[in-house]
Design a protein around this ligand. Sequence first.
Ligand code: NAD
Length: 341
Amino acid sequence: MAVRVAVNGYGTIGKRVADAVARQPDLKLVGVAKTRPSFEAATAVRKGYPLFIAGDAGTKAFEAAGIPTAGSLDDLLGQCDVVIDCAPEKVGKENAKLYDRRSSLKAIFQGGEKAEIAERSFSALANYGECRGLRRVRVVSCNTTGLARAAAILRSRWGVARWDATIIRRAADPAESQRGPINGILPSFHIPSHHGPDVRTIYPDLHLRTTAVVVPTTLMHVHVNQVELARAPRDVEELREAFRGTRRFRLFHAWEGVAGTPQVMEYARDLGIGPRPDMMENVLWDEGFHLDGREIAFFQAIHQESIVVPENIDAVRAMFDLAPDAERSMAITDRTLGLRP
Ligand code: NAD
């Protein structure tokens, strides 16, 4: 029988996770919860997702907007096996109190919550097996997911002696008209940035130091990585092959003319990857690798709005033991989301 899933919080991440859940053969989307009527709430109903009311707004505002609802968040929680919390950062911590009242309910939180909210932080390539059967799991943030995926390859093939990463962060998501900057480059004076310690919630012994800069773009983040490996790759082609041959990575060839993030997202739109044109894989460039003995450098781009979506699906499979290992879970997720077969 399919695992019954609720999505609480239907914004940037929640609506994508809901669409992804609805495509899985072994999961059933019981409903989504939203605090207020909006075009997104109306769209959820148009897609056929039962809409439940989170918070204390009551039904009146939804009725006034002509948006039918199916009950309260509490009603929704009573009908599902797991809730995927996609509320704004730190709100998940409050929501956790509601989830804790139901002993059989499992919960997944997002990277905006502290690691302590869950038993384990999760990234499919890195630690699927450690999360099998757990009740509380946190899918790490977009940048942390991108770094953890790359770490899974580098650690298993050559070992990582030391890694410095500069995170060039997008200022806002495309729909966030209230955020900035619209002009300027803002260094984060918090060194290391929180990303390195966050990756260590998955790989505690990883020598990764991160710094971050915010730039006025909404498309993607870019990571500039300088890594000293424990063992030297044979040549740069061996490096490329390792990334090219691993799920959740997409490498562009020079002839494709993908100069940077605008072309990556144009490619995603042209191909229509996923329920909406998204880029759920780490994006790397063939010519973006440099090798000098044990030292390597590479760039990767991360689509912040969607990279964690497949990870949320794999997290459910791990928690309910629906697939025996990461590869078999990711194979289903990737096929249903239009990534590699
Ligand atoms: P968002 O603001 O786009 O969406 C959050 C939604 O939750 C909104 O629709 C909001 O109305 C709703 N909400 C507010 N209070 C709520 C409550 N009490 N209960 C239920 N829903 C409530 O936020 P987002 O960008 O989707 O982020 C969600 C989580 O995902 C955060 O932890 C964030 O850190 C993480 N995350 C975000 C990104 C990103 O780039 N946007 C990437 C990875 C992870």
